[in-house]
Structure formats: structure tokens, C-alpha cells
Design a protein around this ligand. Structure first.
Ligand code: FES
Ligand code: MG
Length: 568
């Protein structure tokens, strides 16, 4: 065994423990040998692979076979693949919510990327919080990293239509609440909503983040939408392994892909997809790790000049498999090319212009519209500000009811998720279809951890009377697969004493999408008295909850932990 000068690459990388570099290397190699690797293998540069398989994570069911394909790609290209487990987050499986743990996964992944000897990495993710967590981690660790998503599930034929998670989950659940769907049918549908491996099949958060990761350059454009169970997905995984080895020869630091220009491209893509509102928070967090501020005013301005072109649920009709077959990201970016910064590089250093190609690709216009015939001439998301949201709030207008865009009404306030659950269906609840529903105490610093509860249910008695939508306002998020006139991410949140904390049932609120305003119409003296009486909730005693409470930033900064952002 050679224990001479430390090599630049491979298992000898970053070994300086025990205060004796040569002994450390000797020990590491002898332990690696116990795993049965030959010396020739141990001499190769190392690609670490973040393995997020978990029995709790259905969206990552294919990770074991993806891992094998990545390893194949790494080996064939001359590297040694070494997989390691990290935190894995599945959207519906976590308490209080997955968002509460996104930063834990980011911290875990960053620490393991930095601590373990590796020269490049492949990050296997997919479900909503995993891709943002991994990109945040890669940017902070500085390890050249390829993103590999598990890919979207396939839709399921059912009684003359198709179903997929999770716009259809919400659609049918709303019908069930309204008494339009029987107990038997809703039980049958439960087994038809998610029938293959992969991430939610609509343009929800997972799909939006996959498209964003692709336009940022962390993976090929086609890789954003190839179905989870298609053989192409395994070829994409194999190529991710090969790409990681290329990165060792010609490193591209992750932060170099996250610039003011590339983040603007990502915002354009988000808007033209009619993508998930959650992506705004995640993109802000990823950008923040690279020292780039996601400017909400800029996002609002871009929204005015970015058409919605992709006809997928929840905004439209199709599913991710349709988007892929219709030409996917390449076709979309071709339509948007005059709005994009075309010099932004991918991992290979290839500029976006070259990645998009020459427009000779196939496009199915039913799913990806031409610029002249958009689904909407303006983007899906707008930013609101006003006395109720001095630091901003967000509304997905493409999934909202235009008739409610200019609303001034009395509000009915729920203080936290428990209060909401206890009272929303109470037949005695004093609520009319014209009222605005407000949920406070569910932001990033609240014990709820900014869950996807912003899609407040229509009170049962109103739902049964045929009410389909109401203005709903909260400091939390909503699922990227949801729809309705829903104002989200109100900042500052109630838990830090933002104006939302002071709103009470009976107050009047004005929403104006036209003026981008969200105002609490209560006089200053009344607000001052309420402010004086306001008490913050006690801090959690210990552990992760305590760290989140002390460090979490507000939504405009991505709800990242302050100490994980770069200094300054
Ligand atoms: Fe994992 Fe939707 S629950 S992507
Ligand atoms: Mg989701």
C-alpha cells in the first residue's frame, strides 16, 4: 500500500484526522479494503451518491435501481461510486410537516458532502423538499454535484378520466366534503391516485423543482420530466454518474450555477409552468446559499411579461408524462428564449442557448403552447404587499378565481391548525360565502413549521351549499397541486408578531390583485392596543424544534436557517 504524499483525488481527499495525515490515510484505506475493494478501485477518484431510499418515501421507491444505474455510469467513466444515506423526506409522512425538516436534510447532506472523501457527487432526490435541500447543501458544501430526480409517476385511467397525485386527490376530496362523492367511491379512488413509483404527476412542487434544477444546469433538460418508471430514467441515472466523473476532470462549483441571471431564468420557468408557489420559497433558499437574493418585486415584474405556456394540472389539464411527450423543458425554453439569459452554463459549461438547441424538436401544442396562443399572457404568481403583509405575500393567480381578485370583506380568523380543525366544519360557525378565511400561527417559526395548510377547506356547510372558492389568507404554504384564491407566505408571520398576529374575526381585509395590495382595514389605535397585548408563544425546550425557532428566517429569505446562509 502506498501511504506517501496525499493524492489530490479519491479516498485520500480531505484526510487529516488523528493529527497524522499518513496514518489517517493508511487507516482509511485499510478499512475501505475490508469492504472488498481492490487497490485499483481504491485508487480511482470518488463519486459520492446521496441515497435517499426510505420505506417512508414512496416517491423514492426507485432509488435502489437508480443507485445501481448511477454506479454503472461512474464505474464506466473511471470513478469509484460510494453511496451514503441521508435524511429522506416524503411530503405526507412527516409531523408537523416536511418543510420543518427541509433544512435538516440540507444540513445533513451538506455535512456529509463536506466530511466524507469524495471528488464529486450525485444527489438522488425527487419529493418536494428533497431537491431544494440537496441543492442548498451542494451550494454550501461546494462539492461539484449532479442532481438526479426520481421522476414523475404515471397517471392512472379511471372511469373515463385520468387520476394522479395530487390535484385529483384534492378535487375528489372537495367533492366528498360537498357530499357529491360517496364514501365507497372516495375509498376506491384512494387506491387510484398514486399507482406507480415516482413523484406527484402534476405540476406540483416536485415537478416544478425538477424543472428549476434542470434550467439552473444541475441536470439535463430531459431529465426534469422523464417518467419515474420509464427505462429512460435509468439511462438518465447512468449518465448522471458519467457526468459526475466529468465534473472531477473539469469541476463546476454548484454556486457558479446559481447567479442573478440563472435565478431569473428559474423564475421565468416557474411562471411559465404555472408552477408551485412553494418553489418561490425553495428558490429563495437555494439562491440565498449562493449569496443571491430572490427579489420578490422582480418576480412580480417578471410575472407581467412571462406567459403561462404549459397546460398541466393544477392550472390546466395534463400530467407530467404529457409534458415530457410534448417536448418537455427544451420545447418550453425554446418558446421563452427571448426572455432568458442564454449564456448561463450547465455542469459541463454548456450555455443554455446550446442546451435548448435550434427549435427543430417536436412540440405538442396541446400541452406546450406557442407564445402567440398562451394559456395566460401573464405569469401564474403575483406578489402582494400592504399593511397585512409588509414584507410580502404570494398569490397563484393562475389557480385562483378572477371574480375574487378584488375583494373587500369581513374575515373569519383561525389561530393555528388546531383551532382550524376544531371549528371549520362546526355548523354554528359564523361564516358566509363572502367572508375571507384567515389562518395565522402557521408560518416558518410557528410550531406547525409552515405546512401546506394554506388551502383552508371551505367550511362544510358552505361546501354543501355549492361554494367552490373563497379568499383564504395565511402565513403558511399550499401544496403545489392545489387551487383556489389563496394568499400565502404572509410575511412577517404571526409567530414573530407580524400584523397577521393582530387580525381578529370581524376585521375587514382588502385584497386587490390589480394593485398588488393586501391590507388590514383596522385603525392604528386598535392595532397598537392589540400589539401591546400580544405575547409570543414559548420557545420549544430543545432539539431541532429549538434550533428552528431560534434560526429560521421568514419566507422571503426562503425560510432557511440564518446561520446556514453565507455571512454578510
Ligand atoms: Fe412526494 Fe408529491 S408526495 S412528490
Ligand atoms: Mg406537494
Amino acid at each position: 500500500m502506498t501511504t506517501g504524499t496525499p493524492r489530490k483525488l479519491g479516498l485520500a481527499n480531505r484526510s487529516s484526522n488523528y493529527g497524522d495525515r499518513e496514518f489517517a490515510l493508511y487507516l482509511r484505506r485499510s478499512f475501505a479494503k475490508s469492504m472488498g475493494y481492490s487497490q485499483a478501485m481504491l485508487d480511482k477518484p470518488v463519486v459520492g451518491i446521496a441515497d435517499t431510499a426510505s420505506d417512508y418515501n414512496n416517491c423514492h421507491r426507485t432509488v435502489p435501481e437508480l443507485l445501481e444505474a448511477v454506479k454503472r455510469g461512474v464505474l464506466a467513466a473511471g470513478g469509484l461510486p460510494l453511496a451514503f444515506p441521508t435524511v429522506s423526506l416524503c411530503e405526507p409522512s412527516l409531523n408537523p410537516c416536511s418543510m420543518h425538516y427541509r433544512n435538516l436534510m440540507a444540513l445533513d447532506t451538506e455535512a456529509m458532502l463536506a466530511a466524507q472523501p469524495m471528488d464529486a457527487a450525485v444527489l438522488i432526490g425527487g419529493c418536494d423538499k428533497t431537491v431544494p435541500a440537496q441543492l442548498m447543501a451542494a451550494v454550501s458544501a461546494g462539492t461539484p454535484s449532479v442532481m438526479l430526480v426520481t421522476g414523475p409517476m404515471l397517471a392512472q385511467a379511471f372511469e373515463g378520466e385520468r387520476l394522479s397525485a395530487c390535484t385529483d386527490c384534492r378535487r375528489y376530496w372537495a367533492k366528498y366534503r360537498a357530499g357529491e362523492v360517496t364514501e365507497d367511491k372516495i375509498a376506491t379512488i384512494e387506491g387510484k391516485l398514486a399507482t406507480t413509483a415516482g413523484t406527484c404527476g402534476v405540476m406540483g412542487t416536485a415537478s416544478t423543482m425538477a424543472c428549476i434544477a434542470a434550467v439552473l444546469g444541475f441536470m439535463p433538460l430531459d431529465a426534469a420530466s422523464a417518467p419515474a418508471v420509464h427505462a429512460d430514467r435509468l439511462r438518465i441515472a447512468e449518465e448522471a454518474g458519467a457526468q459526475a466523473v466529468r465534473l472531477i476532470q473539469k469541476p463546476m462549483p454548484p454556486a457558479a450555477l446559481v447567479t442573478v441571471e440563472s435565478v431569473e431564468n428559474a423564475m421565468r420557468v416557474l411562471l411559465s409552468l404555472g408552477g408551485s408557489t412553494n418553489a418561490v420559497v425553495h428558490l429563495a433558499a437555494i439562491a440565498g446559499r449562493a449569496g443571491v437574493t430572490l427579489d420578490l418585486a422582480r418576480l412580480d415584474a417578471l410575472s407581467e411579461t412571462t406567459p403561462v405556456l404549459v397546460d398541466l394540472k393544477p392550472t390546466g389539464e395534463g400530467y407530467m408524462e404529457d409534458f415530457h411527450a410534448a417536448g418537455g423543458m427544451r420545447a418550453l425554453l425554446w418558446e421563452l428564449r427571448d426572455l432568458l439569459h442564454l449564456d448561463t452554463p450547465d455542469l459541463d459549461g454548456t450555455p443554455l442557448r446550446a442546451r435548448i438547441g435550434d427549435g427543430s424538436h417536436f412540440v405538442d401544442r396541446k400541452i406546450i403552447r406557442a407564445r402567440e396562443t398562451p394559456i395566460s399572457p401573464v405569469g401564474g404568481i403575483v406578489i402582494l404587499r400592504g399593511s397585512l403583509a409588509p414584507d410580502g405575500a404570494i398569490l397563484k393567480r393562475s389557480a385562483a378565481t378572477p371574480a375574487l381578485f378584488e375583494t373587500e370583506a369581513r374575515c373569519v380568523v383561525f389561530d393555528g391548525l388546531e383551532d382550524l380543525a376544531n371549528r371549520i366544519d362546526d355548523p354554528a360557525l359564523d361564516v358566509t360565502p363572502q367572508d375571507i378565511l384567515v389562518l395565522k400561527g402557521a408560518g416558518p417559526r410557528s410550531p406547525a413549521g409552515m405546512p401546506e395548510a394554506g388551502y383552508l377547506p371551505i367550511p362544510k356547510k358552505l361546501a354543501r351549499a355549492g361554494v367552490k372558492d373563497m379568499v383564504r389568507i395565511s402565513d403558511c404554504r399550499m401544496s403545489g397541486t392545489a387551487f383556489g384564491t389563496i394568499v400565502l407566505h404572509v410575511a412577517p408571520e404571526a409567530a414573530v408578531g407580524g400584523p397577521l398576529a393582530l387580525a381578529e374575526t370581524g376585521d375587514r381585509i382588502r385584497l386587490s390583485v390589480k394593485d398588488r395590495r393586501l391590507d388590514l382595514l383596522v385603525d392604528e389605535a386598535t392595532l397598537a392596543a392589540r400589539r401591546a397585548a400580544w405575547q409570543p408563544a414559548p420557545a420549544p425546550a430543545r432539539g431541532w424544534d429549538r434550533l428552528v425557532h431560534e434560526q429560521v428566517t421568514q419566507a422571503p429569505l426562503g425560510a432557511d436557517l440564518a446561520f446556514l446562509r453565507p455571512p454578510g
